[in-house]
Every structure is written in structure tokens, then in C-alpha cells.
Write a protein that binds this ligand. Structure first.
Ligand SMILES: Cc1ncc(COP(=O)(O)O)c(C=O)c1O
Length: 377
């Protein structure tokens, strides 16, 4: 029997409707969107349509969307691109200590190139304080990058308020929305941000596709040099197959947002209530309210890697951030939140998705309880 999949923050299956719209581009519609003949026109139209679908989801203009190879590239392009293109304005950046490695590693890279970076701490719920952002702002600050929602614990950051600080000080505001998109509303005009990263495989599109929202007027130094595709921002013949998939996934995410939210939340709450009922000492990591509706990061007191190993045979969940770890190491996010070691060791991230059923949740509660009981004996 396959394990129960509760790792939607790591990746999602491809929505069957997404797969359907991709199929013709896998089989027949192979033209290069830059070609002026019929074959090129067909794929160019598909590209235009996908850009509109992505723009609609986050409420921006289609020309403000650039397709990339995923969340990692979008984050790299946003930070490196902005820092190098705007160095004349200053060389200081602000981020948080719980960002995804595709932000933290870029910041470290920038530090090697003489940029200065402030890594803001978080409180015990994983929240960045707006006050700390204000305090960190300097005359030479050019960019603030704070994730919209954390991948491990799901805490949602006060992005609109942080963006206000950025705007008041003439600083560019980037947010990594890889985890929030499709789960909670993401509106770039309401949030008032300049750059926003999208990862396709978190919203039921394929892996290896993403997008970056670049507000009109924001200048980035190009990351991938060559011909003039993607408004001259990213060279290389477009990955039309996956772009079409991402476009459809964005359309579905927009259409289904309220019902998707309710479903994710109901499944997550059912799992949490079941765990609390059955297991004496469980601890929820992440903000009690300001949290993604699907993310349940739970610590089981005095459990260890054997608990995790047994659990993962039955349930596909994550011990840390699944994207970059499958060995037992302390997650920097739990560390930044000061989760006590006796809890941190037995931490599992469960994340529900739109395909999650009540039956799966009930069966997961039963299995987790059984495994927990064998471990404490
Ligand atoms: C918050 C966050 N940002 C960025 C990424 C990277 O996205 P991708 O896997 O598309 O490169 C992830 C993936 O786990 C993520 O959770």
C-alpha cells in the first residue's frame, strides 16, 4: 500500500486538468513561439494566454510576469538581479532568518560581493516583527525580501505592513510566495510589492516551472543572457509545455481559492484535533492563527529519528523542509523559533492538499498514534 500523501508543501501532483491542457503541446504543438509562421503563432498565443492567467491570479499586468524554471530561479533573479542593477543606490539588504535556501544562499553570495545583509530574527511563532524591519532600515538599504508564508511552519508574515515600511523609505520589496499562492489570497497591488516569486509545483503544475512578478519600472540585471525572450528579461526558448501547465494551474487556483482554503483548513484541523485527542504531548509549531490553512508542523515529545523513519513508511510527510533535506538535522527555522530540543527532535511537517480526503486524515491519525505508542514502550 502506498503511504498517505501529506506533503503538499514539498510538491503537489499535477492537476488532471493541467495535464490535459499540456498534452497537445507534448504531442503536436511544438512550434517555437519566436517563429513567425503558423507553428510559432500557435505556441505564441498559448504563451500570451498563460501569462494572462498567471497575472490574473496575483492581480498584475501580463507584461509584469516572467516565466522561470521555478521558485529557486525566481528568488535568485529577484535578489541578484535587483542588487546588481541598483548597486549605485546602496548595498544593504534586509531578509529574515527563516527564508528558503534559495534566498539565504543568494544573500550569502551577495555578501561575498560586498553587499551587506541583515537577517531578521523571528519570534516563537515564526513571525517577523514590523518594528524590527523599521529598525533595520538604513540609508543604503535597497531591498527587503521577506517570504509571504513559511514552507516549514506555515506562518504568514505581515507583508503589506512590511511593504509599507519599504515604500516609505524608497526600498524595493520582494516576497517569496511559493507557499502562499493558491492557499491564501495573493494580490500584488493590495500587498504593494515590487517583486514576487511563484513556484509551479506547489500549485498543481509540473516541477521546473515558475514565474517572477516584476512591477513595471523595476530594473533587474539579467541572470540568463542570450536572445530577447520574456520581455528581454530571460533568454532561452520558452518551456511552452510547462508554461501552459502553469497558466492553467493559476486559473484553477484563482477559481477555487475560497473552497480550496476551506477544504485545506478542514483537513488540517481534523488532523490536529485527532492528534491532540490521541497523543498526550504534542506541540504545534508556527503561528496559532496567522498560518497557512494546510500546514501542520507538529513536535512529538521525546521522539527521535526512529519515530520518523517508521512514520514515513506509512505517511509521506516531512521531517524538515522536504526540498532540501532527508536526513535528521535541526531545521534552521525551528532553531530560529527556539523550539526546545526535546520537541524539535520529534518534529514532523504534515501538509494537506486539495486531493486530501477525510478518510486519509482519519487513517493517518490512527497510524501516527499506533507508531507513537510503539515508540514510547
Ligand atoms: C518558500 C519556498 N521558496 C522557494 C522554493 C523553491 O521552489 P522550486 O522548488 O520551484 O525551485 C520552495 C520549495 O520548496 C519553497 O518552499
Amino acid at each position: 500500500m502506498e503511504p498517505i500523501y501529506l506533503d503538499y508543501n514539498a510538491t503537489t501532483p499535477i492537476d488532471p486538468e493541467v495535464a490535459d491542457v499540456m498534452m497537445p503541446f507534448l504531442k503536436q504543438k511544438f512550434g517555437n513561439p519566436s517563429s513567425s509562421h503558423w507553428f510559432g503563432i500557435i505556441t505564441r498565443k498559448a504563451l500570451i494566454n498563460a501569462r494572462e492567467q498567471a497575472a490574473n491570479l496575483i492581480n498584475c499586468k501580463p507584461e509584469e510576469i516572467i516565466f522561470t524554471s521555478g521558485g529557486t530561479e525566481s528568488n535568485n533573479y529577484a535578489l541578484r538581479g535587483y542588487a546588481f542593477a541598483n548597486r549605485h543606490k546602496g548595498n544593504h539588504l534586509i531578509t529574515s532568518s527563516i527564508e528558503h535556501p534559495s534566498i539565504i544562499e543568494v544573500c550569502k553570495y551577495l555578501e561575498k560581493h560586498n553587499f551587506k545583509v541583515t537577517y531578521l530574527p523571528v519570534d516563537k511563532n515564526g513571525l517577523v516583527s514590523v518594528k524590527s524591519v523599521k529598525k533595520a532600515v538604513r540609508k543604503d538599504t535597497i531591498l527587503i525580501s521577506i517570504m509571504h508564508a513559511n514552507n516549514e511552519v506555515g506562518t504568514i508574515q505581515p507583508i503589506a505592513k512590511i511593504a509599507e515600511v519599504a515604500n516609505e523609505n524608497g526600498i524595493c520589496m520582494h516576497t517569496d510566495a511559493a507557499q502562499s499562492l493558491g492557499k491564501i489570497p495573493v494580490d500584488v497591488s493590495e500587498l504593494n510589492i515590487d517583486l514576487l516569486s511563484i513556484a509551479g509545483h506547489k500549485i498543481y503544475a509540473p516541477k521546473g516551472i515558475g514565474a517572477l512578478y516584476i512591477k513595471q519600472g523595476i530594473k533587474l540585471e539579467k541572470l540568463i543572457l542570450g536572445a530577447k525572450q520574456e520581455n528581454g528579461c530571460r533568454s532561452g526558448t520558452e518551456n511552452i509545455l510547462e508554461i501552459v501547465g502553469l497558466g492553467k494551474a493559476c486559473e484553477i487556483a484563482k477559481q477555487n481559492l475560497p473552497e480550496n482554503y476551506e477544504h485545506l483548513k478542514a483537513m488540517q484541523d481534523r488532523l490536529w484535533n485527532g492528534l491532540v485527542r490521541e497523543i498526550p504531548d504534542v506541540r504545534l509549531n508556527g503561528h496559532p492563527e496567522k498560518r497557512l490553512p494546510n500546514t501542520l508542523n507538529v513536535s512529538f515529545l521525546n521522539m527521535n529519528e526512529y519515530f520518523q523513519i517508521s512514520l514515513f513508511l506509512e505517511i509521506a510527510a516531512s521531517a524538515g523542509a522536504a526540498c532540501h533535506s532527508n536526513s535528521f538535522t535541526f531545521s534552521p527555522v525551528l532553531e530560529a523559533m527556539n523550539v526546545p530540543i526535546e520537541y524539535a527532535k520529534g518534529t514532523i511537517r504534515f501538509s494537506t492538499g486539495k486531493m486530501t480526503t477525510k478518510k486519509e486524515i482519519d487513517s493517518a491519525i490512527k497510524k501516527i498514534t499506533e507508531i507513537y505508542n510503539t515508540q514510547i514502550r
